[in-house]
Ligand binder design. Structure first.
Ligand code: 7RM
Length: 650
């Protein structure tokens, strides 16, 4: 039904766009028939290299080994800054919109270059060298981008940790990759709340032996404890250096690491997704230019946080590599009210706006008036990312926000893919609400059935895999190449497995249906059930827990937790509170369960495996269709579980 509603390419896009429908077809064909030719041309056109590569691509999905542009030398910070100085020196690189409406700062390409150079020199003066790891635990302020680019300039590998993560989460990430330096701020601001970042960092650092220095950005007037010899105020350290020091861009190989970003999987602790330099930069530069049909005069805003991959690729690296003006938003969409995005669009004359379906749903619920009271005539293109968008939310975004003028690009991709892989191109692809539409250049998606057989033709569904490498794909799990192989390449030999379910409709359009593994997507945040369960058990109140995704109107998926309490623990409200508190502390407030049910046992097979299928059904309210329970060790737990959930929703 939904797939019948088609929105044609608006005239204004069809004629002026970088990529028209005919060009898409021709370029896509070329990119699949001659990937090396296609990508080397793009690499020469879109990036500036210090030395050419000797080999475009080396790959096998068994090892797995993936190398792009081997032997090529390229520096990301030069591509994002130096090469724009001549023609775009005074153009705004970053427009920062602070927590309070109207609290803004504009940083030109020249100024950003200066700050990055100074920070690169500072890092070198602290002994940071090529290949060293640097953690970044900062709010959405220009210094976050500066820190990332300064690392890139000297060839250090950054790992950004979302400022909403707990001390434990920060500690584990720093220790997993052995960071030498940490960037943080005295405080962060998020809507009405101050976030004690330095305090949280100190708690983490009590158990991080690799950290030699902490650079503290002064975001607010708050005073914080400083550990002598270890901690430095960022502004004072820069002033002390007085512009001296070595800020020359390091010569970096295309396959040298650029960053590590931790993301949740279906098992164990979060894994360090490692991206390298040349291929990643090419992927984000190309996709940012074509997916958003970028023009020189655009004011582009991606509302994501730099703590997520979307912030890396589409707040910082893609836009800056293209010489665009990128708006960096520190606050939340509902502060001070649900009109914040559109008030900001009006004030900065934003032309391209990119956000997550969860934000769109939350705002749609507040009514159109918050949107329509602001002038949105500057907008020409809208985007979404992070989870499937339900057609209702899509239509609201299109009609109310975009005044039915602006195409919507629903961009499918992952931390692992580096950049967008499936998305409409606004001048080429008619859209359908809820569909990410067609693969971008060089992307070869396949659907497979449960046995791993490729499902060909249209009007089919299966699991989404990719059968050929693309330049921006992750290269390994930091420190654990076997986990990389196991997670993505072992399920369907010869293919990269995304973890997503997917439908391909009659027109060959892709519809992502959500994760088919034990990963939840809560308000666009990826969380592993195993990680959540271990945090719940860490409360000390619970003997055993099983977490499932439950339908949630705004978040898309909520977190439902079935808990078997320890013998002496009471099944009451204070226990619920204790469990929620534990999860907030071990992971983050974004991981707090929405529903907690106390049960006397989990549905397990005789071999002891929890049958999540049953819990998922019950969590979804499908009490009468839990399926076959005869293989359970004790089928009687099922009725108890149903009762617990029913009672909580009565
Ligand atoms: C960019 C990002 C990745 C997972 C992915 C999907 C889901 C992302 C879409 C989407 C449907 C989309 N990275 N996902 N984009 N599902 N339509 N346009 O979100 O690593 O944090 O998450 O997000 O399940 O596998 S991520």
């Amino acid at each position: 039904m939904e797939s019948r509603q088609v929105f044609p390419v608006p005239q204004a896009f069809g004629s002026r766009a970088h990529i028209t429908a005919e060009r898409y077809e021709a370029l896509y064909r070329e990119s699949v028939q001659d990937p090396e030719g296609f990508w080397s041309r793009q690499a020469k056109e879109l990036l500036s290299w210090k030395e050419p590569w000797s080999k475009v691509l080396t790959w096998d999905f068994k090892g797995p080994t993936i190398r792009w542009f081997e032997g090529g030398k390229i520096n990301v910070s030069e591509n994002c800054l130096d090469r724009h100085l001549e023609h775009r020196g005074s153009k705004p690189a970053i427009i920062w919109e602070g927590n309070e409406p109207g609290e803004t700062r504009t940083v030109s390409y020249r100024e950003l270059h200066e700050q990055v150079c100074a920070t690169a020199a500072l890092l070198r003066s602290l002994g940071v060298r090529k290949g060293d790891r640097v953690a970044i635990y900062l709010p959405m302020i220009p210094e976050a981008a500066v820190a990332m680019l300064a690392c890139a300039r000297i060839g250090a590998i950054h790992t950004v940790v979302f400022a909403g993560f707990s001390a434990e989460a920060l500690r584990d990430r720093i220790n997993d990759c052995g960071c030498a330096v940490l960037f943080t701020a005295n405080e962060g601001l998020r809507g009405p709340k101050a976030i004690p970042l330095k305090e949280t960092a100190d708690e983490a650092l009590a158990e991080c032996p690799s950290i030699r220095h902490v650079l503290v950005v002064r975001r607010t007037a708050a005073t914080v404890a400083m550990t002598p010899g270890r901690d430095l105020w960022y502004d004072e350290a820069l002033a002390a250096l007085g512009g001296a020091g070595d800020s020359r861009p390091e010569s970096v190989d295309a396959e040298d690491p650029l960053f590590i970003l931790y993301t949740s999987g279906s098992t164990g602790k979060p894994k360090g997704v490692l991206h390298t330099t040349g291929g990643y930069l090419l992927q984000v530069t190309m996709t940012h230019r074509y997916v958003f049909d970028l023009r020189e005069e655009d004011v582009y805003c991606c509302a994501a946080d730099v703590g997520w991959v979307t912030g890396h690729s589409y707040v910082v690296y893609g836009p800056l590599s293209n010489g665009a003006t990128t708006v960096m938003f520190e606050s939340v969409p509902t502060y001070p009210d649900a009109g914040r995005y559109w008030e900001m669009v009006e004030r900065h004359r934003i032309s391209i706006f990119y956000t997550a379906p969860t934000a769109i749903r939350a705002l749609a619920k507040e009514g159109d008036e918050f949107v329509t009271r602001h002038d949105r005539s500057s907008l020409r293109l809208l985007g979404t990312v992070g989870e499937p968008i339900n057609p209702d939310a899509w239509l609201w975004y299109h009609h109310v926000v975009g005044e039915a003028r602006c195409p919507i690009v629903d961009t499918w991709w992952q931390t692992e893919t580096g950049g967008v892989l499936i998305s409409p191109l606004p001048g080429a692809t008619p859209t359908k609400p809820g569909s990410a539409t067609k693969p971008l250049f060089g992307v070869q998606p396949v659907l497979v059935d449960d046995e791993g057989r490729e499902i060909s033709g249209n009007g089919v569904r299966g699991r989404l895999c990719i059968k050929f490498p693309w330049p921006g794909m992750m290269r390994t799990v930091y420190g654990d190449h076997e986990r990389f192989r196991q997670t993505y390449f072992s399920m369907y030999p010869g293919l990269y497995f995304t973890g997503d379910g997917c439908r391909r409709d009659e027109d060959g359009y892709y519809w992502i249906t959500g994760r088919v593994d034990d990963v939840l997507n809560v308000a666009g945040h990826r969380l592993g059930t195993a990680e959540l369960e271990s945090a719940i058990v860490r409360s000390g109140l619970v003997a055993e827990a099983a977490v499932v995704g439950i339908p949630h109107e705004i978040k898309g998926q909520g977190i439902g937790a079935f808990c078997v309490l320890r013998g002496d623990v009471a099944a009451d409200a204070s226990t619920t509170k204790g469990i929620v508190q534990a999860v907030r502390e071990v992971i983050s407030p974004i991981a707090a369960p929405d529903s907690i049910w106390f049960v006397s046992g989990l549905p397990k097979t005789r071999s002891g495996k929890v049958m999540r299928r049953i819990l998922r059904k019950v969590g979804e309210g499908e009490y009468d269709s839990v399926g076959d329970v005869t293989t359970l060790a004790d089928p009687s737990v099922v009725s108890e579980i149903i009762q617990a959930v029913r009672a909580s929703r009565a």
